[in-house]
Ligand binder design. Structure first.
Ligand code: C2O
Length: 543
């Protein structure tokens, strides 16, 4: 195994998109940021220097961080932010994970522009469980605002309104040839005829699930979230923010230029959606005489409609682990957690920008998560600092109701708190994540830090323990770090609490985490030396 050292300088950089030049926050002046490549088993040492005017942290999305929770990154959860002028070195080893992950800022909305790919090749002297591809390319889906995204969310937080939606979707930082002044800069993925290519899709968009398809080509899905899957072939994939999907694409079509296209899957009812399409070009590089000239537009892709829940469901329910898994059981902790929106009443004498003079809110089990300010939660836990968090996150919603029906207005307002749920080292945890229709139902991509989990089942309506337990796939369920809880539906996941520390669980739509759709698990140390959280690094930023 190898050590890889990198310097990340967080800085302001001028870039031009949609005909306008902006100053955005980047890493090393690159947008998207640098791609990191390692073999499974390697160690990453990344020194982050903050030369920007905002607080920043970097999160290594999906990296399990076994015993190295201090390197996980969410601000005020595992560390205080790196202040302007400050620095911090993240040090961690990638164990037993292969495929595609990514890294992103985990402060305010900085991840709109501060993100990049993390490619994990097979462990030394091993190979892919599929034919070795001739070429590989990361394909990062993102969102672009003409305004400064930090200002967008600051303004929305001030008024309580929903933030402005983005001005474009992007592929590898470029909006593509359907947008104004973007055709010259459209991302080109060069391929050769008759080859197998591995495309590593990452959804780094802030607030949108995305459908992706490639004109004239099918895709064979071989991995998600840095775990291999049983290969299956499809014409469209769907990724929630935070999720990755590795696909094999055979260049078996007549030489030409083909669109790789992505568009929002906006499951929300009555919520404005952006139905614009971002494109990149799969470009057959060859001296073939039959390739159409550059003045012929690329072959266009077909995408599902923005509200095509059937296609989204067909994709997520096709995922399987490559072989029979050893399902952890029996379950020690069986939690039922509602995930959904809400509305706060407007403080008396104030005007608020949410519907009917309210402020938008979000919650899990009716608790809207609040980040502490004076200590990170992990530090407070380790040092026994009182008053930073409480350990009373409820194992079930405070009141039962018809979660996906017409919910009485009196149930719309959550409480606020920094509430954690304590787990004993090694306990088997099962979560029923139940979407609600409060204000509006929506697909919620729920991500857990520090863990991968099996997705046992998903469905629509209210979870029914009697009926739905029979549907659990205990044989070959897919493993992921982010699960899409279907609109007005539920998903059930299971994992073993074998990584001590404090681990955030949240909706990966950034607007929802801003509104409080989060909680955290506190996983106790075990007894053995390899069952305890490491000591904090000396340069850990303090508040
Ligand atoms: Cu992709 Cu809390 O993160």
């Amino acid at each position: 195994a190898e050590d890889h050292s990198h310097d990340f300088v967080v800085q302001e950089t001028k870039v031009k998109r949609l005909c306008k030049t902006h100053k955005i926050i980047t890493v090393n002046g690159m947008f998207p940021g640098p791609t990191l490549e390692v073999n499974s088993g390697d160690t990453l040492v990344v020194n982050v220097k903050n030369k920007a005017k905002y607080n920043v942290t970097i999160h290594w999305h999906g990296v399990r961080q076994m015993r190295t929770g201090w390197a996980d990154g969410p601000e005020f959860v595992t560390q205080c932010p790196i202040r302007p002028g400050g620095s911090y070195t993240y040090r961690f080893t990638i164990q037993d994970q292969e495929g595609t992950l990514w890294w992103h800022a985990h402060s305010s909305w900085l991840r709109a522009t501060v993100y990049g790919a993390l490619i994990i090749h097979p462990k030394e002297n091993t190979s892919y469980p599929f034919t070795k591809p001739k070429r590989e390319a990361p394909i990062i889906l993102g969102e672009w605002w003409d305004a400064n995204p930090i200002d967008v969310i600051k303004e929305a937080t001030r008024t309580g309104a929903a933030p402005n939606i983005s001005d474009a979707f992007t592929i590898n930082g470029e909006p593509g040839d359907f947008y104004n002044c973007s055709s010259k800069d459209t991302t080109i993925i060069p391929v050769a005829p008759g080859e197998t290519n591995l495309l590593r899709f990452i959804n780094a968009a802030l607030n949108a699930e995305l459908f992706v398809s490639i004109a004239g080509h099918s895709m064979t899905v071989v991995g998600v979230d840095a775990a291999y899957t049983k290969p299956f072939t499809t014409s469209v994939i769907m990724l929630g923010p935070g999720q990755t999907t590795d696909v094999l694409v055979n260049t078996d079509q007549p030489p030409a230029r083909y669109h790789i296209a992505a568009r929002a899957y906006a499951s929300a009812q009555g919520v404005p959606f952006d139905n614009t399409t971002t494109t990149a070009i799969l470009d057959y590089v060859c001296s073939c005489s039959n390739k159409p000239g550059l003045n012929i537009p690329p072959v266009q892709a077909t995408l599902p409609a923005f509200n095509d829940t059937n296609t989204a469901t067909a994709f997520s329910t096709s995922l399987r682990s490559p072989s029979r898994v050893k399902m952890p059981s029996p379950v020690d902790e069986d939690l039922f957690i509602t995930v959904g929106l809400g509305l706060f009443d407007c403080p008396i004498g104030k005007t608020c920008g949410g519907p009917n003079n309210t402020r938008f809110a979000s919650s899990m089990n009716n608790v809207s998560f609040v980040l502490p300010q004076t200590y990170s939660i992990l530090q407070a836990h380790r040092q026994g600092v009182p008053g930073v968090f409480t350990s009373d996150f409820p194992a079930a919603p405070p009141v039962k109701f018809d979660y996906t029906g017409n919910v009485s207005r009196s149930l719309w307002q959550p409480s606020k708190g920094t509430k954690l749920y304590r787990l004993q080292y090694g306990s088997v945890v099962q979560l029923v994540l139940q979407g609600t229709s409060i204000f509006t139902g929506e697909n919620h991509p729920i991500h857990i830090h520090g863990y991968d989990f099996y997705i046992l089942a998903e469905g629509f309506g209210n979870f029914n323990a009697k009926k739905d337990t029979a549907k659990f796939n205990l044989v070959d369920p897919p493993m992921r770090n982010t699960v899409g809880v279907p609109v007005n539906g539920w998903a059930v996941i299971r994992f073993v609490a074998d990584n001590p520390g404090v681990w955030l669980m949240h909706c990966h739509l950034d607007v929802h985490i801003t509104w409080g759709l989060a909680m955290a698990f506190l996983v106790e140390d075990g007894v053995g030396e390899l069952e305890t959280l490491e000591e904090p690094p000396e340069d850990l930023p303090l508040c």
